[in-house]
Design a protein around this ligand. Structure first.
Ligand SMILES: *[C@@H]1O[C@H](CO)[C@@H](O)[C@H](O)[C@H]1NC(C)=O
Ligand SMILES: *[C@@H]1O[C@H](CO)[C@@H](O)[C@H](O)[C@H]1NC(C)=O
Ligand SMILES: *[C@@H]1O[C@H](CO)[C@@H](O)[C@H](O)[C@H]1NC(C)=O
Ligand SMILES: *[C@@H]1O[C@H](CO)[C@@H](O)[C@H](O)[C@H]1NC(C)=O
Ligand SMILES: *[C@@H]1O[C@H](CO)[C@@H](O)[C@H](O)[C@H]1NC(C)=O
Ligand SMILES: *[C@@H]1O[C@H](CO)[C@@H](O)[C@H](O)[C@H]1NC(C)=O
Ligand SMILES: *[C@@H]1O[C@H](CO)[C@@H](O)[C@H](O)[C@H]1NC(C)=O
Ligand SMILES: *[C@@H]1O[C@H](CO)[C@@H](O)[C@H](O)[C@H]1NC(C)=O
Length: 312
């Protein structure tokens, strides 16, 4: 019994040690956050902390709170996911609006690893008599038209005062222009257009809330397929493979760093294991085990001893 308690004590200590050693997601010796955004490698603050020039993050506090920008595309980043996406702040452009200067939207990600996510974003335009076109480098890529009805103000976006369209996959360049569909459709009213993260947009109670915003969130895909330090996982988005690195089962961390993946201790949190008292949860390299403390307790002891040995 005393032995059991001592072992239990050591076990708790080991678990605490393991948790305290949570690895940084940044390159060793580099800052892991900018403002309230986590910056995991291959992204990094400054050239020596990032995989290459495309992933350099600049921390800028010229406009008040410190916010990160991705230098290669000159956009503020809101969130970086190691699943191969980032959320950025993207401008809302306007034409003939009294409250805002006429603006244009040209975004060029060619020669960077970034592209607009076709599954997460939609191109959106609001206003009346609005022919909003996305021009690619040589061709017209898409667009939508929004017709007028000044007495129509429901919170929908199906072509009256607001329109949306999907975008092609792997889109890296857009130049958006706003025109009138026809002078007969009620002329010179205020028009807006923006690329937008669809989940965020549908969460708005009213699509016209965007009228007071200068920026909206957009999701970009990124890939860094040559730098996997662990497993490579491929996603097939309609035969266009996207490669992301990932940690193994029962592991977490940053698969883009040497030794960046570490074992998850499923036993530390009741929600991550299904062991029921009096069974003892034992963390294993690729998962965990539930062992009976009494009959057949040799297994539990073996596992605990094995774990102790692995720390020596
Ligand atoms: C992060 O900071 C920005 C600006 O300082 C703020 O708007 C945003 O709500 C913050 N996000 C979180 C998750 O705290
Ligand atoms: C922050 O942004 C402003 C405006 O874009 C720029 O002039 C300034 O150089 C930036 N500062 C840093 C540290 O990057
Ligand atoms: C505009 O919308 C209102 C309210 O839905 C509707 O009653 C009216 O017929 C519409 N006008 C036109 C020209 O479609
Ligand atoms: C963007 O589109 C507008 C309107 O079609 C055009 O006048 C402008 O030259 C384009 N800009 C670039 C950089 O191609
Ligand atoms: C903006 O308004 C001017 C005149 O007020 C008009 O000539 C022009 O066509 C309008 N532009 C658009 C894109 O609606
Ligand atoms: C949309 O709302 C749902 C439910 O409130 C939330 O879980 C989700 O994170 C929101 N999505 C975005 C992109 O804000
Ligand atoms: C940085 O690496 C990514 C992915 O490995 C690549 O797509 C991109 O072209 C590289 N950027 C530069 C500036 O070399
Ligand atoms: C990386 O991706 C590029 C373009 O998607 C592809 O041509 C190349 O074969 C990939 N390299 C590896 C090692 O998967």
């Amino acid at each position: 019994m005393v032995m059991k308690t001592v072992l239990g004590g050591i076990l708790v200590l080991l678990l605490i040690t393991a948790r305290a050693q949570a690895l940084s997601l940044a390159n060793p010796g580099c800052e892991e956050t900018c403002g309230n955004v986590t910056i995991p490698f291959p992204f990094g603050i400054g050239a020596s902390c990032s995989a290459n020039e495309s992933f350099i993050v600049t921390c800028n506090n010229s406009f008040g709170p410190t916010v990160p920008y991705i230098r290669s595309i000159n956009l503020q980043v809101l969130e970086i996911s190691l699943e191969g996406t980032i959320r950025v702040n993207s401008p809302v452009i306007t034409s003939n609006c009294s409250d805002r200067r006429h603006s244009t939207l040209e975004m060029d990600f060619s020669s960077t690893p970034f592209s607009f996510s076709d599954t997460k974003n939609q191109f959106t335009a609001t206003g009346c008599n609005n022919l909003a076109l996305i021009n690619g480098q040589d061709i017209e890529t898409g667009g939508c038209t929004s017709y007028c009805n000044s007495s129509w103000r429901p919170s929908t976006c199906y072509g009256i005062n607001c329109c949306q369209t999907r975008i092609p996959s792997s889109l890296k360049y857009i130049n958006v222009s706003l025109r009138s569909i026809s002078p007969n459709y009620g002329g010179e009213s205020c028009k807006r257009a923006f690329m937008v993260e669809q989940d965020w947009f549908t969460n708005l109670t009213n699509p016209f809330d965007v009228q007071s915003m200068e920026n909206v969130p957009v999701v970009l895909d990124w890939t860094a397929n040559t730098t996997c330090k662990n497993f490579i996982r491929r996603y097939d988005y309609i035969n266009q493979y996207k490669t992301v690195c990932s940690c193994g089962g029962g592991e977490e961390g940053n698969p883009y760093l040497h030794g960046g993946c570490q074992d998850v201790d499923e036993c530390a949190n009741p929600s991550t294991n299904h062991c029921v008292h009096p069974n003892v949860c034992v963390n294993l390299q690729s998962g965990y085990g539930c062992f009976s403390p009494d009959k057949g307790s040799n297994k539990a002891r073996m596992a605990i001893i094995g774990m102790l040995l692995s720390f020596l």
